[in-house]
Write a protein that binds this ligand. Sequence first.
Ligand code: AKG
Length: 304
Amino acid sequence: MFNKIGKIFIMERKDIDQDSKNEFSNKVNEQAGRTSLHKIENTQFMTEDQKRSWNECGYILVPNFVEEGFCNEMNDAVIDIIKSIVPEDGAFSHAYAGDGHIAIREMKPSPNATKIEDEISKLFRIHSKGIFNQFIRGETLCNLLEDILGPNIDCFLSQFIFKNPGAWGQPWHQDSSYFPFDREPQVAAWLATSEATLENGCLVVLPGSHQESLHDHLPDEREGSNYGYTEIKDHDFSQETPMTLNKGDLLLFHSFLMHKSFDNKSNSRRTAMVYHFAETGTGYGEVDSPTNEWISIRGRGLNA
Ligand SMILES: O=C(O)CCC(=O)C(=O)O
């Protein structure tokens, strides 16, 4: 539907070849073996239960963090961005960039997709604008982050995850394997902007696994899996815990926590707005990922 100009097909949908998958997982595995033994000790803002949950399980669940209306506004704003950066009746592409944002298409979209947003898997780099920026400047969120990361905090990555009907889940992984940084941990904030259920592809965590070192991540061998998907295979996941969330619930989690998500077997979209935070001054090596954008949200700022 979106892959032609007039009647001329100018780009084909192509699966990722094995060499590219291997190359990607080799890169990710340069991080294998790193550990993060950081524990929160002195807190100013979080409750004892939140502190215990972070230290023992590697995550903090905050129910009803925002109102449903706020989630609806975010969901609408994302679709406006998609429409503005994907050329109408334009050439098929696996990714679109525009206005500082990057949108990635599903490798295997549902045959029932009728609109471009039914085919998008993720929209990156949206945290410096509008409602996406407003969210990360909220005092309650920054306070929780301060207790984990200290007083100087950056947001370096954001992605809105569409998880359309039929979309596959992401296999078991640890986010820090994707972050070749000089310190840890980083913190993910996963905001459910729709309900997240067993059927529509909720996140699944392995409590306590943030205390593990970074494991080897092998290529996701499912034919047609999305670019960048890798999988931990050398661990026991029998204690997996599905995080079924209501719209507006927030999950903060440690970047060493093993997690995955289920496939979306429902008929509706499961959406989440996901941010990643680091201590200001974190070094990312010589070449930063094109999906990263570092902005200060609290404390001394990037240039101080
Ligand atoms: O939301 C999902 O389906 C997967 C998200 C995830 O694993 C991640 O953001 O690291």
